[in-house]
Design a protein around this ligand. Structure first.
Ligand SMILES: C[S@@+](CC[C@H](N)C(=O)[O-])C[C@H]1O[C@@H](n2cnc3c(N)ncnc32)[C@H](O)[C@@H]1O
Length: 409
């Protein structure tokens, strides 16, 4: 699970040794990335590198058949920790269905399919099944896994599921949900040092190892964001104290483009996104001078994205202010922003656990453990946030009524 702190790459001998097959797989992907760099005059943006490392067909971390989620994988997500997470989301989606009249759910990046299963079971319990549950997934291997799991657990509801390989056509009416989607989108890297702004690209040394190369930003939006960051830092007057220290951070241009596409196709309905991240003020705080880029390999966190490409997850935190600003500029409304803990506590968690039998010690302690992981501030409770965007009618959900931090965005 991601954390706020920056973690150095542990000695590789603290990982279980990658198998010969895994190393060969990574070498194959490395060759493909090397070719991409050679075909692009010696350097590619980090976003391009990350896109290949995660999504190169058949070889990228998410596209190949690796077991990523859960205890045997590299990291664990909230729906894998406890069905309570998906049950609360389902209860909130039910409120959205009632308020907006929309009857289609679209989950983007559905992982193992567990969130879809637990949400549909909860909606069935409330007699509020949506007409359709669409899943947009990029990875063929994950689609297989999702289909097998849903067939096994929900054979009677399988007909309601449809898999998509791209966003639906315009005009779409429905509720779009995603857990840990934006953090898996490739990011550009910015470097600010002594008043100079550059972008970090990936190049090759003479032995064809990946190295950093700094150059002028490849997109005007990066320059605009760099200027905003410099203003923020000047206001805090800290850069003057450390003029030599490089400040490196991420910009998720893909998330901005993705949100614009969503706003464009969504005629009426809502978007509910859960992810780890901060508001812009926290995200670009001068103290976060090494950014939030992070890699996960066998439940170790480290900061070397060039380590075993294709075998490890690469991720960065989400800038929720940028999400909100992009959504508003694209014609959506922000209807709520809060921490995962507040969202779950106000969104049904208390009611869902009310009937737990304290005499069933095993179940009781296991559920208590799950709730702690989902809600404690030092676990996922505070770092993870939930944002609700709407097109058409504004929405009001109980889950944001406890604490709504939209004013901080
Ligand atoms: C960190 S995993 C989260 C999986 C799952 N939602 C969970 O919580 O366990 C990120 C997921 O997002 C998917 N993904 C990333 N970018 C995407 C995009 N542009 N469209 C659809 N899916 C995407 C990946 O294939 C992967 O399934």
């Amino acid at each position: 699970m991601p954390q706020n702190t920056h973690i150095k790459k542990p000695a590789t001998d603290s990982f279980a040794e990658a198998s010969a097959e895994a190393k060969a797989h990574s070498e194959q992907l490395k060759t493909q990335i090397v070719q991409a760099i050679e075909h692009s005059e010696g350097k590619i943006s980090f976003a391009n590198y990350m896109n290949l490392a995660l999504y190169a067909p058949g070889l990228g971390y998410y596209s190949a058949g690796l077991k990523k989620f859960g205890r045997q994988g590299d990291f664990i997500t909230a729906p894998e920790i406890s069905p309570l997470f998906s049950q609360c989301l389902a209860i909130q989606c039910n409120h959205i269905m009632q308020q907006s009249g929309q009857q289609i759910l679209l989950e983007i990046g559905a992982g193992s399919g567990i969130m879809a299963i637990d949400m549909m079971l909860e909606l069935e319990r409330h007699n509020s099944l949506p007409e359709q549950y669409l899943i947009l997934e990029l990875s063929a291997e994950l689609i297989d896994r999702q289909q097998s799991a849903i067939k096994a657990r929900l054979p009677h509801l399988y007909e309601r599921f449809t898999w998509l390989n791209r966003l639906p056509e315009k005009p779409f009416k429905g509720i779009i949900i995603a857990n840990e989607l934006l953090d898996a989108m490739p990011v550009h890297l910015l470097k600010l040092q002594a008043g100079k702004v550059s972008e970090r690209f990936v190049a090759l040394d003479p032995q064809q190892n990946f190295i950093w190369q700094d150059d002028a930003p490849s997109d005007v939006r990066l320059e605009k964001i760099a200027a905003d960051i410099q203003t923020q830092h000047q206001t805090l007057d800290t850069l003057n104290d450390m003029p030599q220290r490089a400040y490196i951070t991420e910009v998720n241009l893909l998330a901005m483009d993705w949100l614009k596409s969503i706003a464009d196709i969504l005629q009426a309905g809502a978007v509910l996104l859960v992810d780890y991240g901060y508001t812009a003020k926290e995200y670009y705080h001068p103290q976060r001078y090494m950014g939030t880029l992070m890699c996960h390999y066998q439940h170790h966190r480290h900061d070397d994205p060039f380590y075993l490409p294709g075998m490890q997850d690469i991720t960065s935190h989400v800038n929720f202010s940028q999400v909100a600003q992009t959504a508003i500029e694209a014609g959506m409304k922000v209807c709520g922003f809060t921490t995962q803990a507040h969202f779950l506590m106000a969104g049904g968690l208390v009611e869902l656990t009310r009937d737990l039998d304290p005499d069933d010690v095993l179940q009781f302690t296991e559920t208590a453990r799950q709730i702690k992981m989902l809600t404690l501030p030092e676990e996922m409770g505070e770092l993870f946030k939930v944002i609700l965007l709407a097109k058409g009618k504004p929405l009001s959900l109980p889950a944001f009524q406890f604490q709504d931090f939209s004013h901080r965005l």
